[in-house]
Design a protein around this ligand. Structure first.
Ligand SMILES: [Zn+2]
Length: 315
């Protein structure tokens, strides 16, 4: 069964510590190393470019560019084993031996208030962007920003330019106010790359039922994520079975055709036991097979995500 993963944090890990610049090494300590992804049959992976809050604002553009450089130097290289995916028709080319890789800018902080930087990231291959990480920036408020504001004037310009370029908007991390503003943007493809259900686990990074329904109505995607704190409270007790409850809940809301996975591997401080890297994917598959038919699992692992990207990435 082939797999599409909607979110991993390999690039920021590579930036933080040279020991992680080892994507192809058989003993790589990355959760999403080439060998783990190959063994798990992940044929498309979304790579987030993310700069930690500790990076001063005026350095965030240069850090993001460094991460894009790692993407090309350490992962894509000559394109023979991993290729940059920017167009819908490339979904058909994804295979175990030549994985498609999509670049996602996680947080518009790196734009540093200039639309020219958005256009430059697009030219570097970025096709998906989240407006914020957890806090406020000059585009919008993040979900942990207490005032809970929506988009700024510059944020609206960013949305208009994303539409013009044909980019995909990722609402994971965005404030609830911001979510409801962007959901009105009819021509903008929207997904949540790594968020679960708030009704089952009351973390603000998760989505309310009304938000999940709105994403379904918009023909968007909801990426079930393996972050213990978004799966179960207390997070130390989170299991694969708890993750399955989120999947079931999205289905009861009508999301069977809109569910996919956004592991957040390599961005996890703690992990669900038996789901600690892509090496452990068979454990998740085994649990899914106990409850669901093959055709559903195939949808969640590959079909829903690939249909969305095929439809929304211009060819
Ligand atoms: Zn994230």
């Amino acid at each position: 069964m082939q797999w599409l993963d909607g979110h991993c944090d390999v690039l920021s890990k590579m930036w933080r510590d040279p020991k992680y610049r080892s994507f192809y090494h058989p003993q790589s300590s990355l959760d999403s190393s080439y060998h783990h992804l190959w063994e798990a049959n992940v044929v498309m992976q979304v790579f987030a470019v993310w700069t930690p809050e500790s990076v001063p604002k005026h350095h965030r553009l240069s850090v993001a560019l460094k991460e894009v450089d790692y993407f090309y130097e350490e992962i894509v290289r000559d394109g023979s084993r991993v290729f940059l995916l920017t167009e819908g028709n490339q979904l058909e080319e994804c295979s175990r031996d030549r994985m498609g890789a999509l670049l996602l800018l996680e947080g518009a902080d790196a734009l540093q208030g200039d639309l020219a930087n958005l256009r430059l990231f697009y030219r570097l291959g970025v096709r998906q962007m989240g407006l914020t990480w957890n806090y406020a920036n000059d585009v919008a408020d993040g979900i942990l920003e207490e005032r809970g504001g929506g988009l700024t004037c510059f944020g609206r310009q960013v949305i208009a330019e994303m539409k013009r370029l044909g980019m995909i908007l990722d609402v994971s991390h965005l404030s609830d106010g911001g979510f409801w503003e962007v959901i009105e943007e009819k021509e903008l493809p929207i997904l949540a790359s790594h968020s679960n259900c708030r009704v089952l686990c009351p973390h603000k990074r998760n989505l309310e039922d009304e938000q999940i329904k709105a994403l379904i109505d918009r023909d968007g995607l909801i990426g079930m994520t393996f972050v213990p704190a978004f799966i179960h409270k207390p997070s130390v007790e989170a299991t694969i079975d708890h993750l399955l409850r989120h999947i079931e809940h999205v289905c009861t809301l009508g999301g069977e055709d809109h569910l996919f996975f956004g592991s957040d591997f390599d961005g996890l401080d703690s992990k669900v036991s038996h789901l600690e890297s892509y090496k452990h994917l068979p454990h998740l598959l085994e649990a899914l097979h106990k409850h669901y038919a093959d055709d559903l699992i195939i949808k969640w692992a590959w079909k829903n995500g690939s249909r969305f990207y095929k439809k929304h990435l211009s060819s």
